[in-house]
Design a protein around this ligand. Structure first.
Ligand SMILES: NC(=O)C1=CN([C@@H]2O[C@H](COP(=O)(O)OP(=O)(O)OC[C@H]3O[C@@H](n4cnc5c(N)ncnc54)[C@H](O)[C@@H]3O)[C@@H](O)[C@H]2O)[C@@H](O)CC1
Ligand SMILES: [K+]
Length: 509
């Protein structure tokens, strides 16, 4: 299905959730700001989207056309109000673009315009015939012969270009040339429906003589020719609410158990007050220095570890972890959690569902603009790696921190020793490699190329052990003069790693 592959982008969110039109861009400075991150459809994609709307989403042509025509009339009324532009000529072509023009004619009449239609090549289908019939009954004048282009401005204040839409293939055939000439040569402001007629749907205007619309109303989604470099000073609106809101989400990650996310947050929130979650096809990454710039936290959650994961475009979401933690506290441990975001949005949504779906709650959190500070972590071969039960490590760090501010970790052939000393005395805990590994989770495994002894701040090790509930084992990797890595592998989904620089031996004098 084309939709699912392609069209979950920002602007569709706007289409689905806004009124029947949205001003996306206008002349001057605002233009580039507002259109900067918009995605544009190629001609093939526009046709495929059209088919999806009919076939997958069961819209009827008249339904879409009615909304399209209403949004065209509404945008025109906004850009060219009846107070100054009370007479309009709508030039309708043989296809659906022309049909949009016929619908717009009816609505514009109701808005107070005096509307005429030029409809030279009528397609004998009940849809168009009925629309034309309705126009006549609404008092819309039907023009059979076009006056020369230079005389149009004596009779009309604006022209509406409903001649060709996204199915146009240049060059224009002779029968419709006069209609196009009227649009390009009249010197009246032209309001183009979906595509400025005569333009290449993807490459824009063919030459300097091509139509220069004053207003463009893109329908459903802007096509490539509506990029700012082509439409220059035209005002640009997006019309039509055709897209189911569900499809407008561009990022969605779902975990059957919210407890994993809660635990992840518990494991980082004392070290970081805010952090950026970088999401792409592969999953979610977070990398940040702690508040005092001593330790580095690196979190990786793989896409395949989620029960559902979709990320149509890379996004970075800056989050306040205190706020996120408050929100996650509202989820029951057995609740399913879904994180959702729209492209370009300034909020992220957390949805919690109870196991039997009887309770569904959603929480929207404001995102933050954080400076991205990506630190390359070099691949390092470590002299020692020690794997031990995470609960054991937590307990040792807690116990030893009663003796002093630092813990010395010393890894030799005999085993690994954790020690601390201070005013009340000293403490040493020695662990030897487990002789036989019956239960992997309880094993102590030491791999050593060279003995290493390093000193670390207790406070940070204790922060790291907040991740204990994420994994039964923890791995410590050490080499002389490089940061210690404390790694917790989160089963089936990823890992959290903490990096901490060793303390330099203090000179007693
Ligand atoms: N899918 C959507 O999202 C919607 C599409 N709508 C409208 O539908 C339009 C597309 O409609 P259609 O596919 O019917 O196509 P068009 O309205 O773009 O025009 C096709 C007609 O123009 C003729 N034509 C093509 N190239 C020509 C040339 N070089 N010289 C002379 N005649 C030429 C074709 O023979 C055909 O009769 C859109 O641009 C939009 O305005 C709206 O009605 C509703 C929503
Ligand atoms: K058009």
């Amino acid at each position: 299905m084309f939709f699912n592959k392609f069209v979950r982008t920002a602007f569709l969110f706007r289409v689905a959730n806004s009124w029947s039109f949205n001003e996306m861009a206008c002349s001057g400075k605002q233009c580039s700001e507002l259109t900067r991150n918009i995605s544009y459809l190629s001609q093939d994609n526009a046709v495929a989207l059209d088919q999806d709307l009919f076939n997958e989403y069961k819209f009827s042509v008249d339904q879409l056309m009615e909304l399209a025509g209403l949004s065209v009339a509404t945008a025109i009324n906004k850009a060219f109000p009846t107070s100054s532009y009370n007479t309009a000529l709508i030039i309708c072509g043989p296809g659906n673009n022309g049909g949009d023009g016929l619908v717009a004619a009816r609505h514009m009449t109701l808005f107070g315009y005096s509307v005429s239609i030029y409809y030279p090549k009528r397609t004998p289908k009940p849809l168009y015939e009925n629309l034309l019939w309705q126009c006549e009954n609404f008092g819309v004048k039907i023009v059979e012969t076009l006056p020369p282009p230079n005389e149009l401005k004596n009779q009309y204040k604006i022209l509406v270009d409903a001649l060709f839409g996204f199915s146009f293939k240049p060059p224009v055939r002779d029968a419709l040339k006069p209609a196009l000439e009227a649009l390009t040569e009249s010197e009246l402001p032209v309001c183009s429906v979906d595509i400025p007629s005569g333009w290449d749907v993807e490459k824009g205007p063919a030459s300097n003589n091509s139509l220069k619309p004053a207003l463009l109303i893109s329908l459903t989604a802007p096509k490539l020719c509506s990029k700012p470099e082509f439409i220059k000073n035209a005002r640009h609106f997006l019309g039509g609410r055709f897209v189911p809101p569900e499809l407008t989400t561009m990022f969605e990650a779902r975990l059957l158990k919210s407890s994993i996310l809660k635990k992840v947050l518990e494991a980082i929130k004392d070290l970081l007050t805010q952090a950026t979650f970088d999401c792409d096809d592969n999953g979610i990454q977070l990398q940040a220095m702690d508040n005092s710039h001593v330790a580095l936290v690196s979190l990786s959650l793989r896409a395949d570890g989620f029960d559902k994961y979709r990320c149509d475009r890379n996004i970075s979401m800056g989050m306040n972890l205190g706020s996120m933690s408050k929100i996650l506290k509202c989820a029951g441990d057995k609740d399913t959690v879904t994180i959702k975001a729209q492209d370009n949005a300034d909020t992220v949504t957390f949805v919690f569902e109870s196991p039997n779906q009887e309770k569904v709650s959603d929480y929207e959190m404001k995102l933050m603009n954080l400076d991205l500070e990506h630190l390359g972590i070099p691949e390092t071969e470590y002299s020692c790696t020690i794997r031990l039960p995470s609960a054991e490590f937590a307990r040792m760090c807690r116990d030893l921190s009663q003796f002093g501010e630092s813990i010395v970790i010393s890894c030799t052939k005999e085993g690994v020793k954790f020690s601390a000393s201070g005013d009340i005395g000293s403490a040493n805990i020695k662990l030897a490699q487990t002789a036989s590994i019956d239960k992997e989770d309880e094993a102590v495994i030491i791999e050593m190329d060279e003995p290493v002894t390093l000193t670390f701040a207790c406070q940070y090790l204790n922060y790291f052990t907040k991740a204990t509930s994420l994994s039964p084992q923890v791995q410590l990797s050490m080499s002389a003069d490089v940061p210690l890595v404390v790694e917790y592998r989160i089963p089936d989904i990823g890992h959290i790693r903490y990096y901490l620089a060793p303390k330099i031996e203090e000179d007693d004098n």
